[in-house]
Design a protein around this ligand. Structure first.
Ligand SMILES: NC(=O)c1ccc[n+]([C@@H]2O[C@H](COP(=O)([O-])OP(=O)(O)OC[C@H]3O[C@@H](n4cnc5c(N)ncnc54)[C@H](O)[C@@H]3O)[C@@H](O)[C@H]2O)c1
Length: 358
């Protein structure tokens, strides 16, 4: 399957690995800064690198390589929607890095276009493929928790000035958002998805405590009510001294308690069920080794997308999943702005509506 990568910065390393691990034919790489392709290949050399065409404009790339079947978008977040819509309109299947877009209008449009054009669109929430997360989802689907009482996600990370200085788009309302939109959206996606997806209201408060050189928040708290009666809390920050502490998800049911821990929801710290069997011993204390906080999920997500394309089915993490994660973050933003709980669905709110908050 012929593949292209658009945006060759930090996360692109995981995309190159996922491309090679899945035997894709890497046809073209595109970055507005051509040297970034060299830097990327220096970090992670793809197979047959000399055969990969290089572009600074994705439209020219697609014009010269109309055979591209799958493209990954790993540009700054503010560009995702425009590039995705262009590719989908040209019949290309896409993997869109998170957040899928920066506003509800674009997210809804991407969901609609994906259906209309019949292409596979996947939002890159790769942590759904973490083994700890998969085991928890299986237990939920089997009804082992009983009725859910509540859950919570804690993303307690550190991002310092050196990180934000790497690129001018970081921490801006138009192109990135703050810690909730960038760093915490994976955990927020997991919380919503695992707890049944149907959110009623979101009440949130955000602050900018230690990063006054950014536009957006560096800490956010929220209370979420679900239509199934369960409730949840969200705590996300990049303010933890001196380094990433944890990304931890708790689920509490009538007959089960699970705590998924580690730096990015990759370990099982607590696994207790009333119907415990021998097989549960494997999950207790389980740890998945990862080389960084982005985990191993890109390769699994790519494998699923390739299979979805071949079998004309929806991917495991589809465009609607990307829309739903974004909706949670934007609902927290809107709640901060209005001081009121926000009822979902969120019709039309944009990250840029937060301009001037801090
Ligand atoms: N899934 C994850 O766990 C994960 C982790 C990190 C980042 N991300 C997401 O990936 C995206 C990129 O993040 P990053 O840290 O790699 O950023 P980065 O700044 O390191 O890389 C972005 C690259 O895109 C290039 N670029 C900018 N505009 C472009 C355009 N129009 N066409 C082609 N190339 C363009 C830049 O020159 C740069 O090389 C962001 O949306 C971020 O939220 C996801």
């Amino acid at each position: 399957m012929k593949y292209a990568l658009i945006g060759c910065g930090r996360i692109a390393v995981n995309h190159v690995k996922a491309c090679d691990n899945n035997g894709l034919e890497f046809v073209a790489a595109c970055d507005t800064v051509p040297e970034n392709i060299d830097i990327l290949f220096g970090k992670q050399m793809p197979k047959d690198a000399d055969k990969i065409a290089r572009y600074t404009d994705y439209k020219v790339m697609l014009e010269e390589h109309p055979e591209i079947e799958l493209a990954a978008i790993a540009t700054p977040s503010g560009d995702h929607a425009e590039i995705a819509k262009y590719l989908i309109n040209h019949g290309v299947n896409v993997i869109i890095e998170k957040p899928m877009s920066m506003n509800m209008k674009d997210a809804d449009e991407i969901v609609r276009l994906a259906e209309e054009k019949g292409v596979v669109v996947s939002a890159c929430h790769q942590n759904r493929f973490n083994i700890a997360v998969q085991q928890t989802k299986k237990a939920l689907d089997e009804g082992r928790f009983g009725t859910l009482s509540h859950g919570s996600i804690h993303v307690r990370w550190n991002r310092n000035k050196g990180y934000y200085d790497q690129a001018p788009w970081r921490g801006t309302w138009a192109d990135d958002g703050g810690c909730l939109m960038n760093q915490c959206i994976h955990g927020i996606d997991l919380l919503r998805w695992l707890m049944g997806g149907e959110v009623d209201t979101v009440y949130g408060v955000t602050r900018q405590q230690f990063h006054d050189y950014l536009e957006a928040e560096d800490v956010g708290m929220a209370v979420v009510t679900f239509k199934n009666g369960a409730v949840a809390t969200i705590e996300g920050t990049t303010n933890v001294y001196p380094k990433n502490l944890e990304e931890t998800l708790y689920l509490f049911g009538e007959k089960g308690t699970v705590k998924i821990g580690g730096t990015s929801t990759n370990n099982i710290d607590v696994w207790d069920f009333s119907d415990e069997t021998e097989a549960d011993q494997q999950n207790k204390g389980f740890k998945e080794q990862t080389s960084n906080v982005y985990g191993n999920g890109h390769t699994s997500l790519y494998a699923d997308v390739i299979d979805a394309i071949k079998n004309h089915r929806q991917p495991y993490v589809d465009a609607r999943a990307g829309r739903n994660g974004l909706e949670m973050v934007l609902a927290i933003y809107k709640s901060m702005k209005t001081g009121q709980p926000v009822k979902l669905p969120l019709e039309d709110f944009a990250s840029t509506d937060m301009k001037g908050t801090f």
